[in-house]
Write a protein of this length. Structure first.
Length: 149
């Protein structure tokens, strides 16, 4: 096979691979919380979502904040079952007289969110959930109010 044909085939394979979505067995999720929330957002808090026995990292709950927008943003990024739809959820609420949770939930392949809340990350609560593959159990993490004095 001539040299230029080998290069053309290799380039075509590389381009196809780059465009193909990550599979469920892929080790890395191609999405980031900053990419999902927006370029002005920075990480305020990250919480691991672990399996019920604590041995397996299933995903990460990310609370982001933007000075430019004055909003907080919640996203759950999957670390397992990437590319495979599994029930995943993220919730965000700001502490107030009446707490109103905003949520994004469903059978997502890569992440849940973004969910936005007005105000600074002071007194913002974020939670996340991922279903466990081949079972009915799930993992829910909802830490306490952050940034409250």
């Amino acid at each position: 096979m001539p040299h230029f044909q080998k290069i053309g085939i290799a380039a075509a394979l590389a381009a196809t691979t780059a465009l193909a979505p990550a599979t469920a067995s892929a080790a890395r999720n191609p999405y980031t919380a900053k990419g999902i929330c927006g370029p002005t957002y920075a990480l305020a808090q990250q919480i691991p979502l672990r399996s019920n026995n604590g041995q397996v990292l299933m995903g990460r709950i990310n609370l982001m904040y933007s000075l430019a927008t004055g909003k907080s943003c919640g996203v759950v990024i999957k670390a397992r079952q990437i590319g495979r739809p599994t029930y995943t959820a993220v919730s965000v609420a700001r502490k107030a007289r009446r707490v109103h949770w905003k949520q994004d939930a469903g059978p997502f392949s890569y992440y849940a969110g973004p969910v936005y809340a007005k105000g600074t990350p002071a007194c913002v609560r974020v939670g996340g959930f991922m279903s466990v593959p081949h079972g009915r159990e799930g993992i829910w993490v909802e830490p306490g109010w952050e940034g409250c004095s």
